[in-house]
Design a protein around this ligand. Structure first.
Ligand code: DX5
Ligand code: ZN
Length: 212
């Protein structure tokens, strides 16, 4: 399994010491951007993303939990993102946002919240490089995995196989050694935050997921 490490619960006062080593072992780095409107929390912005770009060569998988994603694509491209994922529930024209992301020569993803069905994004699937299934309500790290995500992963895998789509199937929220086995057969990668970052031995926990 490929892992995208969410650094949301890292110690920001000593960031490099807190997650610098485990970032180097992860396949992707997942960056949670929150605006306090789309979700009831505020996190990091492009300046922070840019500043940690020098810590690793791993691809940045930027997850925009913001209301008007179209206004901020350029900033997160320039900050060093390889993937930018936004929410279908955000206030935007989704196809237009996908096209903006692609115009910068990087990969585009869409995320769906736990209550949003795959049907809602079905006609966009041919244009996507990633689908990010939320297995918690977005906004905070360390929440409990919601099993509603399992069937969506399965459905996305079936559609991908049937039509030969190119998107990576990713999942975000509550992923650990107990929950990843429930979905891993349908995924290309999985986000993990607190299970890895808050562990006594971060690299050990990362490897538990990578070896699944
Ligand atoms: C939630 C974020 C997640 C979160 C993952 O809104 O999108 O990426 O940080 O953290 P864990 O793995 O702790 O659920
Ligand atoms: Zn996320």
């Amino acid at each position: 399994m490929k892992v995208s490490l969410s650094i949301l619960t890292a110690d920001f006062s000593n960031f490099e010491k807190s997650v610098g080593n485990v970032m180097k072992e992860s396949d992707y780095i997942h960056l949670d951007v929150m605006d306090g409107e789309f979700v009831p929390n505020i996190s990091i912005g492009p300046a922070f993303v840019k500043s940690i770009r020098k810590l690793t060569d791993k691809p940045f998988d930027t997850h925009l939990m913001i209301r008007h994603p179209n206004n901020y694509i350029k900033e997160f491209v320039e900050a060093g993102s390889q993937y930018i994922t936004f929410h279908i529930e955000a206030d935007c024209n989704a196809k237009e946002v996908i096209d903006i992301i692609h115009s910068y020569g990087i990969k585009a993803g869409i995320s769906i919240k736990p209550k949003t069905s795959v049907k809602v994004i079905e006609e966009l699937l041919p244009y996507l490089d990633m689908v990010l299934i939320m297995s918690v309500e977005p906004g905070f790290g360390g929440q409990k995995f919601m099993p509603v995500a399992i069937d969506k992963a399965k459905e996305l895998k079936e559609l991908k196989d049937k039509y030969g789509y190119n998107y990576l199937i990713n999942i975000d929220g509550g992923i650990n050694d107990k929950t990843l086995p429930l979905v891993k057969d349908y995924l290309d990668l999985a986000v993990s935050g607190s299970f890895v970052c808050n562990a006594e031995d971060q690299i050990k926990n990362l490897n538990i997921l990578k070896n699944m």
